[in-house]
Design a protein. Structure first.
Length: 470
């Protein structure tokens, strides 16, 4: 029992430590808030159950010790009564021989008047002590029965409580408290990983490729270099090449028969985007550093390719990129799903990242992690947007118009486990932000409705996010 109390004391300490850690947690969403509240209630109940078990056990031990003491006294009184009875019976036999006429046929004394005064006293004292010993023994037996009933009741309470504890902790050898805090912390660890893999603003028109790079890193813990991944995707025919000298016939030829030798050589000249002095600014709304790029800084890329429109990849191409990335260790398998909120919700509940095709003009409104609107919207134009013919497609102050891929690997859920918001990893703006699922749906539907080139499916990882890259 001492060992068991030691176990209970350690569990009480573990529960108290977990409770204090959970108490310091800020909820991620309504579901997380409910889990935190439930965890605090459950830990408090478990703590109280263990405390009551300990107190009941201590009382049971007192009652058990009292019962054992009464049993010992009863045993002693029984022996004492037995000894006196034996002594008295032996005395009767001795006096029967000494005074034969004073006993009946059944050897019961019928008259002691003829006995000596000493023998009379000896006999009467013996009978008195025997009767007293028998009475004491009967009293002790009654006390023992009362003590046994009291002990049995406490033992039953103790056993029931102990069983509750043992149901939670199957063996006394494993005294570790189930880590409720760890389960809640894993939710935060996942969110931290999703933020950590965000590369900031893309260097080319490679939103789909950068979304794929994030997805691969989340699943495999392996990184891909942005420029090398772009060049491989271009050469493999899994991304769009756009050149300053392009004519309609060049674009059509590449669609039909692929790249020519000069174009392959041009792709080889694309420079790395690393270590070129990208400035980092602190996004106060999301608490994350993101890059603001000046594309003229990308070596001579602006003279080699049309940077902003090179690198586009449709969902089926994104799949192929992830099957054979520039870093072979980062390869993953994916599935194409219909672009519905339900499919996104299912993926997130399974901890699987998703790439979504959207309309940038409808990526609005957006929110920070505290559900405060981000104003102005990251896609707000600082000057008029024009098409290839110089026609204005969106005015300054409006949101940019265009098809754009983003990666989603986390979101917010209500108490009923329904998805309410998604966390957008947007490499087009270099920002991370939340959107309501109803608003995201509008953006997805508009992208699909105005699609004339390829089917805008969701790209969903077949494997979940790796929670530990150590």
């Amino acid at each position: 029992m001492v060992d068991f109390y030691d176990t209970v004391d350690r569990r009480l300490s573990q529960i108290e430590q977990q409770y204090q850690k959970i108490k310091q947690m800020n909820p991620v969403d309504a579901l997380d808030q409910k889990k935190i509240s439930d965890a605090k209630v459950n830990l408090s109940k478990r703590y109280n159950d263990l405390k009551i078990l300990k107190e009941t056990g201590q009382q049971y031990r007192k009652d058990y010790d009292a019962y054992e003491l009464v049993k010992l006294k009863t045993t002693e009184s029984y022996k004492n009564a037995s000894d006196w009875n034996k002594y008295h019976e032996k005395l009767k036999q001795d006096f029967a021989q000494k005074y034969p006429g004073t006993y009946d046929s059944k050897k019961n004394i019928i008259d002691i008047r003829s006995w000596s005064e000493a023998d009379k006293k000896k006999y009467l004292d013996s009978r008195k002590n025997r009767d007293l010993a028998i009475k004491i023994n009967k009293d002790r037996q009654s006390e023992e029965q009362i003590a046994k009933e009291k002990n049995d009741q406490k033992a039953k309470e103790y056993t029931n409580l102990k069983q509750k504890v043992q149901d939670a902790f199957p063996t006394n050898n494993n005294i570790s408290e189930p880590c409720t805090y760890c389960q809640l912390k894993s939710r935060r660890d996942k969110l931290a990983r999703v933020k950590a893999v965000f590369p900031g603003q893309q260097s080319f028109g490679n939103c789909g490729i950068q979304s794929a790079n994030q997805m691969m890193e989340l699943v495999t813990c392996e990184k891909n270099d942005e420029a090398r991944q772009l060049k491989k995707a271009l050469k493999d025919g899994n991304a769009k090449l756009s050149l300053p000298t392009d004519k309609p016939e060049d674009i059509n030829r590449r669609r039909k028969s692929g790249l020519n030798a000069d174009e392959v050589n041009t792709i080889d000249k694309i420079g790395s985007t690393k270590n070129i002095g990208i400035e980092l600014e602190k996004d106060k709304t999301i608490g994350k550093y993101y890059s603001t790029v000046n594309r003229d800084k990308y070596l001579d890329n602006g003279k080699i390719i049309t940077t902003s429109s090179t690198g586009g990849a449709f969902p089926a191409q994104q799949q192929k990129i992830m099957q054979s990335p520039e870093n072979p260790k980062a390869a993953i398998s994916t599935s194409l799903k219909d672009p519905t909120i339900g499919n996104i919700e299912t993926a997130l509940k399974e901890n699987k990242p998703v790439i979504v095709v959207t309309q940038t003009a409808l990526l609005d409104p957006v929110y920070d992690e505290n559900n405060k609107p981000i104003i102005p919207n990251p896609w707000t134009l600082s000057k008029d947007q024009t098409d290839a013919d110089g026609n204005v497609t969106a005015k300054k102050g409006q949101q940019m118009v265009g098809i754009h891929s983003v990666m989603i690997a986390d979101g917010k859920f209500d108490e009923n486990k329904n998805l309410t918001h998604v966390l957008i990893n947007d490499t087009g703006t270099g920002r991370m932000y939340y959107m309501k699922v109803s608003d995201l749906e509008k953006s997805m539907n508009d992208a699909s409705r105005n699609n004339t080139v390829a089917e805008y499916k969701l790209v969903v990882s077949d494997k979940p996010i790796n929670p530990d890259c150590h």
